[in-house]
Design a protein around this ligand. Structure first.
Ligand code: KIV
Length: 264
């Protein structure tokens, strides 16, 4: 596959063509997912829960992220690699620049950070240093202790207006992509319509420009209960590659997510 660039993703948004994002934490799964047509591999700090067995993403370090990003970069077949800046690794501008340098040197093409308009200066500084940024809004798991749990965000008028303003401000600051997690479908649609940059959704309905899922969730191997927005694509597939290809096809045709996997 020809290497996917940020320009390709922006062109897809302009053309109304959806793209698929999936987490990957190692070389083999990065190879399988990118070969199956996934355009963006997310080395998410969800690896703290999925791989390390922690009960939140908070224990994940920059070293962990660099280690897994390096592995993903080796197996990747042309997808764009986005890696998370973990909890407290971008609390100051200096930390954000240092953490991003470590993760970009490990092979990421862009970093993702969680939060609202207070991150505008951080995003501007990273952008000026040549680091593309994805701003993660809505349910931001690094703030789970502040949010009081993994809950849908932006449900009332005040919170919805705030999220719309955050999205606008972060795009103006230089964010290249926005990601909305656990956001009501209509609010996510509004943010997507008002944004010039691609918007990725997870639990944010089918109007966003792209979808992301945690790979272990969509393969049905996550122990215990999964979130409402998770669909097990392995249920009707005969191989992991087949399940991921079906996910890619369903994202592109906007068949996934349906109302059962969204928050109205
Ligand atoms: O860490 C992660 O995997 C994420 C996704 C859930 C969006 O941030």
């Amino acid at each position: 596959m020809k290497a996917v660039t940020l320009h390709d993703l922006s062109a897809k948004k302009r053309a109304g063509e959806k793209f698929a994002v999936l987490t990957a934490y190692d070389s083999t799964f990065a190879h399988v997912a990118s070969s199956a047509g996934v355009e963006v591999l997310l080395v998410g700090d969800s690896l703290g829960m999925v791989l390390q067995g922690e009960n939140s993403t908070l224990p994940v370090t920059v070293e962990d992220m660099a280690y897994h990003t390096r592995a993903v970069a080796k197996g990747n077949q042309g997808a764009l690699i986005m890696s998370d800046l973990p909890f407290m690794s971008y609390a100051t501008l200096e930390q954000a620049l240092e953490s991003s340098a470590a993760i970009m040197r490990a092979g990421a093409h862009m970093v993702k950070l969680e939060g609202g308009m207070w991150l505008a200066d951080t995003i501007k500084a990273l952008s000026q240093q040549g680091v593309p940024v994805c701003a993660h809004l809505g349910l931001t798991p690094q703030s789970v202790n502040k949010l009081g749990g993994y809950k849908v965000q932006g449900r009332d008028n005040h919170a919805a207006t705030q999220m719309l303003e955050d999205a606008k401000r972060l795009e103006e600051a230089g964010a290249d992509i926005l990601l909305l997690e656990c956001v009501p479908t209509l609010l996510a649609a509004e943010i997507t319509k008002n944004s010039n940059v691609p918007v990725i959704g997870i639990g944010a309905g089918h109007h966003t420009d792209a979808q992301v899922l945690v790979m272990h969730d969509m393969l049905g191997i996550t122990p215990g209960r999964t979130a409402k927005f998770v669909k097990n694509f392995m249920a009707e597939a005969t191989s992991i590659q087949g399940a991921i290809e079906k996910y890619v096809a369903d994202v592109k045709s906007a068949t996934f997510p349906d109302a059962d996997h969204s928050f109205e």
